[in-house]
Design a protein around this ligand. Structure first.
Ligand code: SAM
Ligand code: DTB
Ligand code: SF4
Length: 370
């Protein structure tokens, strides 16, 4: 097993790797990629914002933080039916994975979480890999999601421990590591990566990779996002990252973590097909497909289908990197449904009684009456 590349496991060697002549770097990455992955296959994964906006956190890049004035309209949690409809559409267009995102700081044990558990079950039933990104998660919540059929949990470290403080103040790097640990312990695969183009130094990009190297097991998937600079956020004026930087980051990640799936994530609307081709060459094994990421635009399905055709790529099937989770009955959900059914029956009986016996208003005693 070669989860971490022992030739590049410290700051110095990773920095030298990142700064190699570009085509040498791509060649080295492509060579490693072929040893562990099928280079013709790229997974199409779709994103769905199941609960949008109004988030209490202050992540400087995020249009969904309530404190910034962006064009994102807040929406409450979607229904299970509309999630299934969207998942079916994504699947029909070639996606084998659905990542459901919620603008939450953390998961709470409430009705909304019960509904997310139902969504996970329903999408797993469609034979798609289900991924969720819901904010912080405790051990019990992770176990509940796992039992519902969750395949992956996305929780990004975003950047180096040092730079993180410049971007987010409402939670700690260690909170992130703790949630990743909870997902891992529950047997859920881990998807965790970062964003480049936020004003960080190359050293911070390497710092992110070193954080993953320090883990007992590195993430199964590492998404590499280019910042989507959204008006109204503190990072609105960041100038777009050079495409070469994206290629370098994908290639360096690929070499550092030979077995992980490197996901070419946000920022593709600003990339040429040629630059994306170099990313695939350098080991990107997945894209987000569909005309929307969570709240910002992404290339349309048809554009990506055309790109796959031109580059000779094939959409990767679900569960190529792991087994389909088995859904176990969810006790809490069953208890809630039973309670709701009993209450509905009680109400129906009461209505029937009124229909049969007629309605007699209750006499209300007022002060002073006998
Ligand atoms: N609230 C949860 C959380 O923060 O973990 C889940 C949703 S959050 C939107 C998921 C990830 O999207 C973030 O961790 C961040 O890496 C990425 N993201 C958010 N806004 C972005 C942007 N403008 N550009 C690139 N990536 C972004
Ligand atoms: C990830 O690393 N990137 C995705 C997914 N994981 C959840 C999110 C990108 C969000 C881009 C900004 C938006 O559309 O709101
Ligand atoms: Fe909230 Fe997640 Fe956006 Fe941060 S990245 S503001 S936690 S939705």
């Amino acid at each position: 097993m070669m989860k971490v590349n022992s030739t590049y496991n410290n700051r110095e060697s990773l920095l030298a790797l990142y700064n190699k002549p570009l085509l040498e770097l791509v060649f080295e990455a492509a060579t490693i990629h072929r040893q562990f992955h099928n280079p013709r296959e790229v997974q199409m994964s779709s994103l769905l914002s199941i609960k949008t906006g109004g988030c209490p956190e202050d992540c400087g890049y995020c249009p969904q933080a309530a404190r910034y004035h962006t064009d994102v309209e807040a929406h409450k949690l979607m229904t299970v039916e509309s999630v299934v409809e969207q998942a079916q559409n994504a699947k029909a267009n070639g996606s084998s994975r659905l990542c459901m995102g919620a603008a939450w700081r953390e998961v709470r044990d409430n009705k909304d979480f019960d509904t997310v558990v139902e969504m996970v079950q329903a999408v797993n039933d469609l034979d798609m890999e289900v991924c969720c990104t819901l904010g912080m998660l405790n051990e019990d919540q992770a176990v509940r999601l796992k039992k519902a059929g969750l395949f992956a949990y996305n929780h990004n470290l975003d950047s180096s421990r040092d730079f993180y403080k410049d971007i987010i103040s409402t939670r700690e790097y260690d909170d992130r590591l703790n949630t990743i640990d909870n997902a891992r312990k529950a047997g859920i695969t881990v998807c965790s990566g970062g964003i480049i183009g936020m004003g960080e130094a190359v050293d911070d990009r390497i710092g992110l990779l070193l954080s993953y190297m320090e883990m007992e097991t590195p993430p199964d998937s590492i998404p590499i996002n280019a910042l989507v600079a959204v008006e109204g956020t503190p990072l609105e004026d960041q100038k777009p990252i050079e495409q070469w930087e994206m290629i370098r980051m994908v290639a360096t990640t690929r070499i550092a973590f030979p077995q992980s799936v490197v996901r070419l994530s946000a920022g593709r609307t600003k990339m040429s097909m040629e630059a994306q081709a170099l990313c695939f060459m350098a080991g990107a094994g997945s894209i987000f497909a569909g005309d929307k990421l969570l709240t910002t635009p992404n290339p349309e399905f048809n554009e990506d289908k055309e790109m796959f055709k031109i580059l000779g790529l094939l959409p990767k099937e679900a569960f190529a990197d792991g087994e389909k989770p088995v859904t176990e009955p969810d006790e809490k959900l069953i208890a809630r449904k039973k309670q709701e059914a009993e209450r509905a029956l009680e109400l129906e009986l009461a209505r029937e009684k009124v229909r049969e016996e007629g309605f007699e208003p209750r006499k209300i005693k007022t002060v002073g009456s006998n």
